[in-house]
Design a protein around this ligand. Sequence first.
Ligand SMILES: [Cu+2]
Length: 127
Amino acid sequence: MNHLIKLIFGLFFLTHSIFAVATAREITLETKKINEAVHWTPEKVEVVPGETIKFIVKHDLEGGFDFHGFFIPVLNVTEQVTRHEPKIVEVMVPKNLKAGEYPIGCQFHPKHVKATLVVKKENKAKK
Ligand SMILES: [Cu+2]
């Protein structure tokens, strides 16, 4: 009986974790130096309300700051990304988040050029 319960729990967690992996969409952002300024790139990141995003955030620039901030206020994301230590940030885009453009910045460096989180309307992306 004990084994059966363990098996059932095991199956539950297994299917649950497979589901989580399948639904998170990976988006990679990295620091780039353009005209002496550090940017988050790509410039635009498109998401749809209700989806789960797995951000893979990289800072591989040599020289300059050893770390940068990964700051998306609208998604309550505030992280620190150290050189050569990619950071994985998994977050769900709220279903009720209004379509529009929101900043992806760096909370440490005011001159760090922001990228833009583009929130699309939910049905548009399914066409
Ligand atoms: Cu920065």
